[in-house]
Design a protein around this ligand. Structure first.
Ligand SMILES: CC(C)(COP(=O)(O)OP(=O)(O)OC[C@H]1O[C@@H](n2cnc3c(N)ncnc32)[C@H](O)[C@@H]1OP(=O)(O)O)[C@@H](O)C(=O)NCCC(=O)NCCS
Length: 197
C-alpha cells in the first residue's frame, strides 16, 4: 500500500512512528571511548526473566513493545537462536545497557536492540557500547551492519547513529496497537507519545 501525501488518520488506540533504517558497508572511523567505568558482558543463552527485565528497563520508556508482547516460547526462539547474541553494559556490577546483535543473515549484522537505561543517557555509555558493538560486528564475515530506529526512540538516536558511521537509506511508517492499552506496558511511560483512546 502506498501511503498518500498529506495527513493520514491513525485510529484511536493505535500508535504510529516514522522508522529510519541506517546501514554501514565498511568499518567506520573509530570514535574515542568517553571516560567511564563501564564494561561489556556477553550473556550466553540469556535467561528469559533477565532479558525481559533489562529490555524493559532500557526500552519501556521508548515503547519497545514487540519483545514484551511475546510469550516465553516466542522470545526464546529468537534470543536463543544460533547467530543471535546478547550483551549487557555493566556499571557497578549492574546490567544497565542492552546490545543485541543478529548475524543470522549471511554477510550481515543487525543491531536489533541498542540502548542504555535512563540514568546513563548522555553520559558517554552509549558511545562505549557502540564502539564495542562495531568491534564485535566488523571482524566477523560481514559486509553490512544495519540498525533501525523510530520516532518513539530517544530523539538523539538518529544523529548518534549517523555520527557512528551509519547512513540512512529507508523510511517506513509503523502502526501498532498502543502497548499501554493492553497491559503490555504501564500507562504512564513514554509521555512523548500521548495515549489517544
Ligand atoms: C539514543 C542513545 C543511544 C543516544 O546516546 P547518548 O546517550 O546521547 O550517547 P552518549 O552520551 O554515550 O554519547 C554522545 C556523545 O557525547 C559524548 N560524551 C558523553 N559524555 C561524555 C563525557 N563525559 N566525556 C566525553 N564525551 C562524552 C560521547 O563521546 C558521544 O560523542 P560522539 O557521538 O561525538 O562520539 C541513548 O540515549 C539511548 O540508549 N537511549 C535509550 C534507548 C534508545 O532510544 N535507543 C535507540 C533506539 S534504537
Amino acid at each position: 500500500m502506498i501511503i498518500p501525501d498529506g495527513y493520514s488518520d491513525i485510529p484511536a488506540g493505535k500508535i504510529a512512528a516514522v522508522v529510519t533504517h541506517l546501514e554501514m558497508t565498511a568499518p567506520p572511523a573509530r570514535r574515542g571511548d568517553p571516560p567511564g567505568a563501564w564494561s561489556l558482558r556477553k550473556v550466553d543463552a540469556p535467561a528469559l526473566h533477565w532479558y525481559r527485565d533489562l529490555h524493559r528497563r532500557v526500552g519501556e520508556e521508548w515503547l519497545w513493545f514487540s519483545r514484551a508482547r511475546m510469550n516465553d516460547e516466542e522470545l526464546a526462539a529468537i534470543i536463543h537462536a544460533p547467530g543471535v547474541e546478547a550483551y549487557a553494559l555493566v556499571v557497578d556490577g549492574r546490567d544497565e545497557g542492552l546490545l543485541e546483535l543478529d548475524f543470522r543473515e549471511a554477510g550481515q549484522c543487525e543491531l536489533v536492540y541498542f540502548g542504555v537505561t535512563a540514568g546513563l543517557i548522555g553520559t558517554g555509555a552509549a558511545r562505549f557500547l557502540m564502539n564495542r558493538a562495531l568491534e564485535i560486528a566488523w571482524p566477523r564475515d560481514v559486509r553490512r551492519v544495519w540498525v533501525h530506529t523510530c520516532t518513539f526512540d530517544h530523539p538523539s538516536a538518529v544523529a548518534f547513529y549517523q555520527r557512528s558511521g551509519f547512513r540512512p537509506f529507508r523510511r517506513q511508517i509503523e502502526v501498532a496497537d498502543d502497548p499501554r492499552l493492553d497491559g503490555t506496558a504501564p500507562r504512564d511511560v513514554a509521555r512523548h507519545v500521548p495515549i489517544i483512546e
